[in-house]
Ligand binder design. Structure first.
Ligand code: ADP
Ligand code: MG
Length: 639
């Protein structure tokens, strides 16, 4: 039966590895998990199952943008699917909700944030749901490499909305993370199918390299066949620029790609790479999502990857056509502290946690917060701050009601005057008053919703609807920013001291897990096991051969990864000279944590306010390991 559906509805002749096992389990009424690498057909597992299930299939993803392709795919196959997201007008949302209630759709795709909307939750509780699909399911695990705080609530929603079955999809989950996912959704471990991590056509090489030798080594790897498609991964945006420039100077057709570039620019670069006009892309991890180029012959890690999970995803982009391809890691230990710094910067200081808790109203009022403001105020980065809010929700202290954008900004495609001239009568008056409430800068125009609201005596919805309309008709390019979240305070009497301590401990544990993840990766590259085997094993795939004969361990033996830049001891630095510039800028003397961040060049919200990057001393010790700098400072501050 399912073979017929595969052919008739999707036009495919046979299942890819693992698909059939997963689909059978779901159709039998059980929960399931599919851990397949990117590009191996995870989506089909829910798409086909949905057609055989009685009620709705609800698909949850971290980002709706990731689902546009799936929605297009479904509609091309004539399968009734819809999505609800914040860009839709409220009447459109109502229409879709009505149709979902009437059973007109088999599949509904949403971003996980949708659950924060109380109205959506109310709607969902009236809809029979057969299956909840969790895309990028590893995000639920605090021990995984890409934790999404909102995901923690998904098992709660499964129970709340009476969803019998879940289907977990991910390309990267270690056995530990799989156990965690299974425990959280209360499903047996053997309901998870792991497959496809062993790639016979990838040759995996670890090349120890001192920092100074890397450019030449990279050039050597590329020069014999510079026309072949290659990706060079680096950690920092600046490195991407530098390395691309170096290669260009050597007549290699290279180009840089990173998140610091405009979207348009990035799209252009990506397309020129897809078409083969550019052969070598030098990129940060911002590059690769949704890249389906089959003939990438080389993936080179110029710096250490962020984790084994990242490594697996990044090399997975090579040799999709099945032909032999090479993956190199140019490894030394100098890169480790940069990776660690990303992690330490995400751990909130205890005082910061307390300052957030003190913001919660205790008089029965709602808690209205602006994420960006709260982030600056508490000196906690956005992602950990969101994590903190979910923890508070899980502890039953607060509950989200709804959210909206506090700020809109746009760039003109046609002028404000030309837009206004398209309207007549009362609408013209409204639009004139809208434009009189905006603030122009060189490229962007900022819209102050509140000012316009009071000026014209209108409401938020009408203003945002007008802006959306201009955007949809190509008059402006609109961006929404700065979310305001409204929470109900359920437990106003909660203990601030205790909760602060609890949360600080949780964040510390997360930090330590992340640090260990880097150590694990070093052991992986430094180790004596066959890399292909160790990689499959890391993800829990059972393969027979313990030697692949196409990795550097099998072919050349174990390597040793060393530090290549010598550093002078801390005793040769003058403590006061290093720390005075920061201390002078702050009202209260900085603690060891903040000082360490300053000296290691880690940006946290408070630093942008005082323009710390321009102070002498910022990043002065960035080549050292965070933990070492901190112990040195602690020793100084306690005497
Ligand atoms: P993943 O989510 O695992 O990264 P996708 O679900 O996006 O992968 O699938 C990758 C591609 O494989 C899609 O273009 C999809 O249409 C195609 N595909 C999926 N299943 C099959 C199949 N059984 N036969 C042929 N192509 C398939
Ligand atoms: Mg997918």
């Amino acid at each position: 039966m399912i073979h017929q559906t595969l052919k008739k509805c999707f036009g495919f002749d046979k299942f890819k590895t693992g698909q059939e096992e997963v689909i059978r389990r779901v159709i039998n009424g059980d929960s399931a998990g599919a851990i397949f690498p990117t590009g191996s057909g995870k989506s089909l597992c829910y798409q086909l199952s949905a057609l055989h299930l009685p009620a709705l299939t609800l698909v949850v993803s971290p980002l709706l943008a990731l689902m546009k392709d799936q929605l297009d795919f479904l509609s091309s196959k004539g399968i009734a699917a819809a999505t609800i997201d914040s860009s839709l007008k409220s009447e459109t949302v109502r229409e879709i909700m009505d149709k979902v209630k009437a059973g007109a759709y088999k599949i509904l795709l949403i971003a996980v944030e949708r659950f924060k909307n109380e109205r959506f939750r109310k709607f969902l509780s009236g809809v029979p749901i057969s299956l909840m699909v969790v895309d990028e399911a590893h995000c639920i695990s605090e021990w995984g490499h890409n934790f999404r705080p909102d995901y923690l609530k998904l098992p709660v929603y499964q129970r709340e909305f009476n969803v019998r079955q879940v289907l977990l999809l991910t390309a990267t989950a270690t056995p530990e993370v799989i156990d965690d996912m299974c425990a959280k959704f209360n499903m047996p471990r053997d309901a998870v199918t792991v497959t496809g991590f062993y790639r016979g056509n990838l040759r995996l090489w670890v090349k120890p390299a001192a920092a100074a030798d890397k450019p030449d080594l990279l050039y050597k790897l590329l020069k014999d066949s510079p026309e072949q498609a290659s990706i060079v991964y680096v950690t920092l945006q600046q490195t991407a620029e530098d390395v691309a420039l170096f290669l260009l100077g050597k007549n290699i057709n290279a180009v840089a790609y990173h998140a610091g570039m405009e979207d348009e620019e990035r799209k252009k670069i990506q397309n020129s790479f897809m078409r083969g006009e550019k052969n070598c892309i030098v990129a940060t991890i911002a590059f690769g999502m949704g890249i389906d180029k089959r003939d990438i012959r080389r993936v080179i890690h110029y710096n250490l990857p962020k984790s084994i999970e990242n490594y697996s995803q990044e090399i997975g982009r090579a040799g999709r056509d099945g032909l032999n391809s090479d993956c190199y890691v140019l490894a030394n230990r100098d890169d480790v502290n940069v990776l660690e710094n990303f992690i330490y910067g995400d751990t909130p200081e205890t005082d910061g946690i307390r300052s957030v808790l003190e913001e919660i109203p205790r008089d029965g009022a709602r808690w209205e917060l602006r994420i960006t403001r709260l982030s600056t105020f508490s000196n906690i980065r956005i992602l950990p701050l969101k994590t903190l809010l979910v923890y508070l929700e899980m502890k039953g202290i607060v509950k989200p009601l709804y959210s909206y954008f506090a700020q809109y900004r746009y760039s003109n495609i046609i002028s404000d005057g030309d837009i206004a001239s398209k309207f007549k009568g009362e609408r013209r008056q409204f639009i004139d008053s809208l434009f009189s409430g905006v603030e122009k800068s060189r490229i962007w125009t900022t819209v102050d919703i509140d000012k316009i609201k009071y000026g014209y005596n209108t409401n938020r919805d009408r203003i945002t609807a007008a802006l959306e309309y201009f955007h949809q008709h190509g008059f402006i390019k609109l961006e929404a920013k700065d979310t305001v979240e409204i929470y109900e305070v359920i437990m106003p009497e909660f203990d601030i001291d205790l909760t602060t301590r609890d949360l600080a401990l949780l964040f510390k544990q997360k930090e330590q897990t992340e640090i260990r993840r880097i150590e694990k990766m070093l052991r992986f590259f430094n180790g004596s096991s066959c890399l292909s085997y160790a990689l499959a094993d890391y993800f829990g795939e059972k393969i027979n051969r313990k030697k692949c004969d196409h990795c550097s361990i099998c072919l050349e033996g174990q390597v040793s990864i060393e530090k290549s830049i010598p550093l002078k001891p801390f005793t040769e630095y003058d403590f006061n000279e290093l720390t005075d510039p920061l201390t002078a800028k702050l009202k209260t003397p900085p603690g060891p944590e903040l000082l360490t961040r300053f000296l290691c060049g880690i940006t946290v919200p408070v630093f942008s306010k005082i323009k710390a990057k321009q102070l002498p001393g910022f990043g002065k010790l960035e080549k050292y390991r965070y933990a070492d700098v901190r112990s040195w400072l602690e020793a100084f501050l306690t005497v």
